[in-house]
Write a protein that binds this ligand. Structure first.
Ligand code: C2E
Ligand code: MG
Ligand code: MG
Length: 446
């Protein structure tokens, strides 16, 4: 395909997405520059060939502009995944080339692809309709003495085609070669789970009216033995893909509940919010896992809330709703995380035996600037009120947003403007310090 023939939709993009774009006809020159830049240093670079498709449903009335829409949508997703020196070129109506620079290791190209693919799990909104976009990614890792940039692009596209034929969502070039790095992450993840390379951090949730801490969200961190830190947005999708989620969730549950005693000893009355993956909700013995962990660490079920993402029950409600009911019978609380990013129908929401809605941080963050975010938050709060659900806002970064949420009737909040995630002892101390102070006198904690 001749690069540079498709009009780049930069004008329609938010600036933070547009800044990654380079014109298709500058792609080769850019890659040459990147290859030279990486010739001596320890860091690596890679090319991702991303091809896009829409999983069409009869609800969606396709028009030619759908492809352009898909590309724009993907560019918006990519801005969550890309780093400072990465660049994207649109080379076809449904094809993008991503050049990743300054990678700590070739595996990081795969991590980036996994993150992008995870972002595609969210439904795509076109006008008033919803559909699912699908991406396939081919990955080619750069070599220091790259002579012809076109070769690397071809390799990435070959890997992408291979992925399509093998019904995989990504593939590393050369396809099927285990030395390529494709398989290398799975053993690393298995070792990480077995050798406890993960650790937990805790982020307080407070009552917005009083400032009193009421709960703590448990968040996993992975620090690899080479010292590299990999964030959960990257490793959680990979753990899911490698089939390691049941074991990982078992580890998180047990370690989180083991920490519960420390809060009790410190005289703190807090419940623990633990994230579970959509994959967990399809595990036959998930309820037993939860019950066992509660018993092992003598934690009252009422002190635990399991956070499930909004889209998790939407795919298989017939399977998931009974499981959620069993969890309710055990006595744990249930929260819908990242609310507003999925496409819950009201009737399904009504059926879910949940106690709480957690408003996604993208709406909370934009609350004071965007009328759309404000409307979504207002509507969510009204909806929660009608359904008798507790409301938590996540991603509160400043006092003005906190006050606005409180005035709108949101009950609980969490965010960097209140307290950043921290290790157990730091959070225990923070909670002891803030346990009885009203919000007006409570400084933002960092
Ligand atoms: P989440 O459950 O929605 O967690 C909230 C995320 O927002 C956390 O990111 C947290 O550090 C971040 N955050 C909190 N306050 C603010 C703020 O004011 N501003 C901004 N910009 N961010 C804020 P983190 O720890 O990177 O986790 C990302 C996601 O990974 C989590 O989103 C959750 O879905 C998943 N995750 C984390 N730990 C686990 C786990 O143990 N199991 C599972 N299944 N998923 C996990
Ligand atoms: Mg959460
Ligand atoms: Mg969330």
């Amino acid at each position: 395909m001749k690069a540079g023939t498709t009009r780049t939709p930069a004008a329609a993009l938010p600036p933070d997405a547009a800044r990654f774009l380079i014109p298709g006809d500058r792609l080769h020159a850019h890659m040459q520059h990147v290859a030279q830049h990486h010739a001596a240093g320890p860091r690596s670079y890679a090319v991702l060939a991303v091809s896009l498709a829409c999983a069409s449903t009869p609800r969606l009335d396709y028009r030619p502009e759908t492809d352009a829409f898909l590309v724009r949508y993907t560019l918006q997703l990519l801005r969550r995944v890309l780093r400072e020196n990465d660049r994207v070129a649109v080379i076809g109506p449904d094809e993008l080339i991503v050049v990743l620079a300054d990678l700590p290791s070739p595996e990081h190209a795969e991590l980036c692809a996994a993150r992008l693919l995870a972002a595609f799990e969210e439904p795509l909104r076109i006008g008033a309709m919803y559909d699912h976009a699908r991406a396939t990614v081919g990955i080619a890792n750069g070599t220091p003495g790259l002579r012809r940039p076109g070769d690397l692009i071809r390799q990435a596209r070959t890997a992408g085609h291979q992925a399509l034929t093998a019904s995989r969502n990504y593939e590393v070039y050369p396809p099927g070669d285990d030395s390529s790095g494709r398989e290398s992450l799975e053993p690393a993840l298995r070792t990480a789970v077995a050798a406890n390379e993960f650790h937990l951090v805790f982020q307080p949730q407070v009552d917005l009216a009083t400032g009193v801490p009421v709960a703590t969200e448990v968040l996993a961190r992975w620090e690899r033995d080479d010292g590299a830190r990999v964030g959960p947005n990257v490793f959680i999708p990979l753990i899911e893909r490698c089939g390691l989620m049941p074991r990982f969730t078992g580890w998180v549950l047990n370690n989180a509940l083991r920490s519960h005693r420390r809060f009790v000893e410190a005289g703190l009355q807090v419940s623990m919010a633990i994230n579970v993956s959509a994959v967990d909700l399809h595990e036959r013995d998930f309820c037993e896992l939860v019950e066992q962990a509660l018993q092992t660490w003598s934690v009252p079920p009422a002190d635990v809330t399991l956070e499930i993402t909004e889209t998790a029950p939407m795919h298989e409600p017939r399977e998931v709703v009974p499981l959620l009911e069993r969890l309710k019978d055990i006595g744990v609380g249930l929260s819908i995380d990242d609310f507003g990013t999925g496409y819950s129908s009201l009737s399904l929401l009504r059926q879910l035996p949940v106690d709480e809605i957690k408003i996604d941080q993208q709406f909370v963050n934009g609350l004071l600037e965007s009328k759309q975010s404000l409307d979504i938050v207002r509507t969510t709060l009204a909806l929660a009120g009608n359904f008798g659900l507790r409301t938590v806002a996540e991603g509160i970064e400043d006092q003005a947003t906190l006050v606005a949420l409180r005035d709108m009737g949101c009950e609980f909040g969490q965010g960097f403007g209140i307290a950043r995630p921290a290790d157990l002892e730091t959070v225990v101390r923070w909670m002891q310090k803030h346990g009885s102070q009203p919000p007006a006198t409570q400084p933002a904690c960092r």
